[in-house]
Design a protein around this ligand. Structure first.
Ligand code: ZN
Length: 323
């Protein structure tokens, strides 16, 4: 073990974060709660986001990130007191099964009605985490949640970030909640925001834009997203795809395999690293100063690697056919 002084991390000299990427200031307890529209609110700790809807019959919570944790109920209490409505959370909707968006669920006890996609239930059953109780109400494609005169439309349009990640539409609040695909004003972190289905992830923003909405609750960072944020994200991904195609076509693999000799995997690494670096470099240059953290090269590099692999393996061809 080294002392903290010896091991203090050194942060590279990254480009400044664009002001538009930053969210509102947090209160003394470390959260911000803001009105999205009317009785729909979102809560953030600056990095994670959840949402809640106050109704005549209680509160519907959407996601429960552990990093916000006890501040979820504090935010509800604050708003309920200000508006003279119930602060009892009666329903909790899971956007997807991931712990970082759901494992404050158990704080709401055993009486809250949990709702999620059938695959969310299956994956939570698999993972066996007591902090994320299984949803007892599940659906396959669509579910209308009607509570206290309010209506929310839940829909599954195929796998993307995870197999179970759903679209949560608030038709009476001009809002969509769709988690872990678009980061408003920021690049995705490693591997397309740690996503499992590359083609599904790449197509998801267009599905999100098919809904009518003005406000997007994206699950991360401090502020709500706009339709323009989604368009910039789509362009970033499209640029990576185009650049990957160009690099796959133009980097000659032969010298890397010759250099690798009998170590075929050394040849594979040399070739694919060269393609990734060639594809990612112009995208990193283009988006530095536009999307926050675009110059954290590992993020764009790993996302490029995933997209480049998907171009080979999902779209094909993976290579020439032996004559
Ligand atoms: Zn996730």
């Amino acid at each position: 073990m080294t002392s903290p002084a010896d091991s203090a991390p050194v942060v590279p000299d990254y480009a400044p974060i664009p002001r538009t990427a930053l969210g509102p200031a947090l209160n003394d307890q470390g959260y911000f709660v803001g009105r999205v529209e009317r009785n729909l609110y979102y809560v953030t700790d600056g990095v994670y986001q959840a949402a809640f809807l106050t109704t005549a019959d209680g509160v519907i919570m959407f996601d429960a990130p552990p990093s916000i944790g006890g501040n979820l109920q504090r935010a509800v209490d604050e708003i309920a007191a200000a508006n003279g409505v119930s602060n009892t959370v009666t329903h909790l909707v899971y956007s997807h099964h991931h712990a970082d968006h759901g494992s404050a669920s158990s704080l709401f006890g055993g009486d809250v009605i949990r709702i999620g996609h059938e695959d969310t239930r299956r994956l939570l059953q698999r993972d066996g985490d007591p902090s994320r109780p299984l949803p007892e109400v599940t659906f396959t494609d669509r579910y209308t949640l009607a509570v206290g005169g309010e209506r929310v439309e839940l829909a599954w349009h195929g796998p993307n970030h995870t197999p179970d990640n759903i679209y949560i539409h608030f038709p009476d609040h001009d809002t969509l909640m769709f988690i872990d695909v678009v980061n408003a004003g920021w690049v995705p972190i490693y591997n397309l925001n740690l996503s499992e289905d590359v083609i599904g992830y790449m197509g998801a923003p267009a599905i999100a834009l098919d809904y009518p909405w003005t406000h997007l609750i994206s699950g991360h960072l401090g502020r709500l997203a706009t339709r323009d944020d989604v368009a910039v994200h789509q362009q970033y991904i499209a640029d990576i795809e185009a650049s990957s195609r160009e690099a796959l076509a133009s980097v000659d693999p032969v010298p890397y395999y010759v250099a690798g000799g009998a170590n075929f995997w050394a040849g594979v690494k040399g070739h694919l690293d060269a393609v990734t670096e060639r594809a990612a470099a112009p995208v990193i240059a283009k988006y530095t100063g536009v999307l926050a953290a675009a110059d954290i090269e590992a993020f764009t590099m790993t996302t490029t690697f995933q997209i480049m692999q998907s171009l080979r393996l999902d779209r094909g061809p993976s290579g020439p056919v032996h004559p």
